[in-house]
Write a protein that binds this ligand. Sequence first.
Ligand SMILES: NC(=O)c1ccc[n+]([C@@H]2O[C@H](COP(=O)([O-])OP(=O)(O)OC[C@H]3O[C@@H](n4cnc5c(N)ncnc54)[C@H](O)[C@@H]3O)[C@@H](O)[C@H]2O)c1
Length: 289
Amino acid sequence: MTQISRLTVIGSGTMGHGIGQLAAMKGIEVSIFDVDDAALGRASQSVATSLARFVKKETISEQESADILARMNFRSNLDEALEGAEAVIEAVPEVLELKQRVFTDIDARTSPDVLLGTNTSQLSITAIASATKSPERVVGMHFFNPPVIMRLVEIIRGTLTTDDILARTVALSDQLGKESIVCQRDTPGFITTRAIMALRLECIRIFEEGIASMEDLDKAMRLAFNHPMGQFELNDYNGLDIALQGSRNLREAYGERFAPPPSLVSRVAAGRLGRKTGAGWYEYPTDNK
Ligand SMILES: NC(=O)c1ccc[n+]([C@@H]2O[C@H](COP(=O)([O-])OP(=O)(O)OC[C@H]3O[C@@H](n4cnc5c(N)ncnc54)[C@H](O)[C@@H]3O)[C@@H](O)[C@H]2O)c1
């Protein structure tokens, strides 16, 4: 399978700039497009900070860091950003209508042999692809945060995704130095979100039934299963509101086994969303509180 030499990333936020940096670190010329100039500024700053950390740890040299930065362009013009792209990866917010608009735009501006990937965590690939005239080239390419570090890419086959596009997506993941798994059917939660939500919700229920404390459940995940964090600690990082939304989406698809537990619903209602609000499952008091 031929390797790609030019990638365009749409959206320069948490995931987009990380995917772009990863690709540039693997020798690919990268354009990152965003509608928000301030976001582009933050993205280029975050990449520079991340590369400086790699230099400090002697993972890469000063020269390599400069070469990586030189391979990256931050663009606010979509036509310029898409010039010469062999693959495009979209990482705009998780809103179906927004992603559909973005895909209509990139579909119209790229030749039909260009691979179009979406980094959605749980939206339907098929629904996103339906906004294009060439849905067969749209594929799920779900990276994990931070993309430069996390080893997996979850590849999702849309209803119309061709075998060729799927094979090219696996090859692109290989080129980026990642392990990949393939979700063969475009189903809610794919593989990883569905599996982790089942575990998270069951941990919450064990806590609600008074069988174990949150601390002991987190300790169990860390020490019995070698998870780097327990489910309560991890959920405080990625947001209780995100978990509640995920739970509701999965309940709609799979039924009551994914119903949101009352203690999750009430915490979100009280604004306890995790570290970002200073409290979630645990408290995170700041110095002046
Ligand atoms: N954050 C995570 O941990 C994580 C992990 C895996 C997957 N994802 C998925 O990745 C996607 C992006 O998430 P994120 O956390 O990077 O979001 P983010 O909010 O950090 O970044 C999104 C960026 O997209 C830009 N944007 C908005 N509309 C745009 C448009 N029309 N064209 C171009 N850019 C536009 C915004 O200005 C912003 O910079 C979502 O689908 C999310 O579900 C996120």
